[in-house]
Design a binder for this molecule. Sequence first.
Ligand code: BTN
Length: 254
Amino acid sequence: MKVHENNNRIIGSRVEYIESTTSTNEYIKQKFDSGNLKNGLAVLASQQTKGKGFRNNKWESEAHKNITFSFIVYPEFLFASKQFVLSQSVSLAILDYLSSYSTGFVVKWPNDIYFKNKKIAGILIENSIQGEYLHDSIVGIGININQEVFSSALPNPISLKNITGKEFNIRKEFDKLLETINMHYLHLINTDLAVISESYLNNLYRINQWATYKTINGSFTGKIVGINEYGFLNIISKNNENLFFNFKEVEYVL
Ligand code: BTN
């Protein structure tokens, strides 16, 4: 295993490059159980054999082609009730990184990164809470970089190579990404959280547009108008109802 230390950063203060693991989130969790980990420790794997996605989905990624990594942080300055802002900050960092290659990237609530109508990246955050505050967060990120062909089971994947026609050096891209996430994390520590939420809204897929959504009660037409402090999606329906949805309660109809 190769290790790299960088004391000028929180995120990526120590980076471990590993060949293969089940899931980098699980890898960090296991290490955590056997001792305290450095704030910002990141683990990049060339291959995951059991990558985890949001809502118990799988995360598929061809070996050596993409960025699949996790890091651990201790956001003890954040109220547990405000934990969604960490997700917003990480989403904005990924957008920032990707936007150096093209326009057209947006965040799809709660934490997917889209290029137009296609998904290029996903985030899986696992938080532990102590009292009223967050204690530690394991943040897992998958970004499709050089992969060109995807399993037909995935609804709408896309990679940076599909978009730009170029092949990327994964290590270099990873380093650039860490730098950007670190910058956004420092911003999260030092800024009014409302500023981060506002810029998340400014980059939100389908904000203020009429579209179709699905709940257990069926489909309806609505317009996303915001996100509340708990990260719930606020949709106004055609009948002028003001609705709030938690992560699992609503789906976008493409
Ligand atoms: C999603 O969009 O469903 C979230 C995907 C998160 C994937 C990343 S890849 C690195 C880390 N390890 C995992 O097993 N999952 C996350």
